[in-house]
Design a protein around this ligand. Structure first.
Ligand SMILES: Cc1cc2nc3c(=O)[nH]c(=O)nc-3n(C[C@H](O)[C@H](O)[C@H](O)COP(=O)(O)O)c2cc1C
Length: 337
């Protein structure tokens, strides 16, 4: 079965990279692509109003390389008209660059206090009619592109209210939506409530993607089986193990599938990609953020991570990585089974 809407073609059981601030960027996608990547990448969220005002750094969040045909840009906003305007302008700019945009994702889920307080992210879930208007206007602005939204459970644990809200969004023109089934205030400590994904998948006229706490091919398999989403979006674990999409796909074909990862080369390559593809002002913060997760693969990763968090340049980080693998050579090659 294939979902075909506008420019988007998603295989059943589609695998997607989650939008993550300071992480879901061109260096990460480039790293992932060497193992084949995933079916759909979402960029980190970008403020539609800031980009429309031509602020200095937003354009870096909108870089869709190296796979523009499967990269969706996520916008957030506090007003109805900003995302439709930003989406149309971005579509035109990307077409002129010869790298047409795959789609736009609307952020209805961010619970970061400064975003919510200003009326963005999950706050939209308090304003159903305005949310539907935002979707309808964006749909009108980019009729030929995929349009999706990502949301949480909202403020209360009420599947019926959630469904009513999502139906409004679907009727307003979404092609698919992603549910991260946690309430606004729920942190990662609490497990995602995946039964809500199944409830939406069974009752909405559009594909529903599930997201939250998927860490292995086995988790993926069970979530597809138990909760029947159209696909699955991975966040943190895909940062820890950027080859995880390949492992999931490989295991689907053959349970004995395995990968050998050169951990040192992978880490050094990420630093190089950050150097090549991001502005200098982002270098340290983006590398620190990536290695917060990646270091968790290593037995003494907390020591390495501490050094990287305190390093003041990318080359100092490279030195720490090289000396780690000199001291712990057994961890240089990782066998993923
Ligand atoms: C560091 C970080 C940044 C995030 N930034 C965004 C974002 O920009 N937009 C968004 O919709 N969700 C964002 N999220 C939420 C993720 O997309 C995802 O819903 C969440 O991490 C759960 O998936 P996981 O358990 O696979 O990590 C972020 C999460 C993390 C950890």
């Amino acid at each position: 079965m294939c979902i075909v809407r506008h420019m988007i073609k998603l295989p059943a059981g589609a695998l997607m990279l989650a939008p993550m601030v300071e992480l879901s960027n061109r260096p990460l996608r480039t790293l992932m692509e060497q193992w084949g990547g995933c079916d759909r990448y979402h960029t980190e969220m970008c403020s539609a109003s800031a980009w429309l005002a031509n602020t200095a750094y937003e354009k870096w969040f909108l870089d869709t390389q190296p796979a523009p045909e499967k990269t969706v840009v996520q916008f957030y906003a506090t007003k109805v008209d900003d995302i439709p305007r930003a989406a149309a302008r971005l579509r035109d700019e990307k077409a002129a660059e010869g790298a047409p945009l795959a789609g736009i994702d609307i952020n209805f889920g961010c619970a970061a206090p400064h975003i919510e307080r200003s009326g963005g992210g999950v706050y939209w879930m308090k304003q159903a009619d305005a949310s539907a208007e935002l979707v309808a206007k964006t749909r009108q602005a980019i009729p030929e592109l995929a349009l999706s939204a990502k949301l949480r459970l909202g403020y209360e644990d009420s599947p019926q209210d959630l469904l009513a809200y999502c139906k409004l969004l679907a009727d307003a023109g979404l092609d698919y939506l992603t549910l991260h089934p946690r309430l606004k205030n729920e942190k990662f400590r609490r497990q995602s409530r995946w039964s809500n994904v199944r409830f939406l998948a069974e009752n909405l006229p559009i594909p529903v993607i599930g997201n939250g706490d998927i860490r292995s091919p086995e988790d993926y398999r069970k979530a597809m089986q138990n909760w029947q989403p159209a696909g699955i979006m991975l966040g943190r674990e895909a940062i820890r193990r950027p080859w995880l999409f390949a492992l999931i796909r490989g295991k689907e074909q053959n349970p004995d599938f395995s990968l050998h990862i050169d951990m040192e080369a992978c880490a050094l390559q990420m630093i190089n990609l950050i150097r090549q593809h991001l502005p200098t002002v982002f270098h340290i913060s983006r590398a620190r953020r990536f290695f917060l997760y990646f270091s968790e693969n290593l037995s003494f990763g907390h020591h390495l991570c501490f050094k990287i968090q305190n390093a003041l340049s990318l080359s100092a980080m490279e030195d720490h990585l090289r000396s780690y693998f000199r001291e712990v050579p057994a961890e240089k090659i990782r066998h993923e089974r």
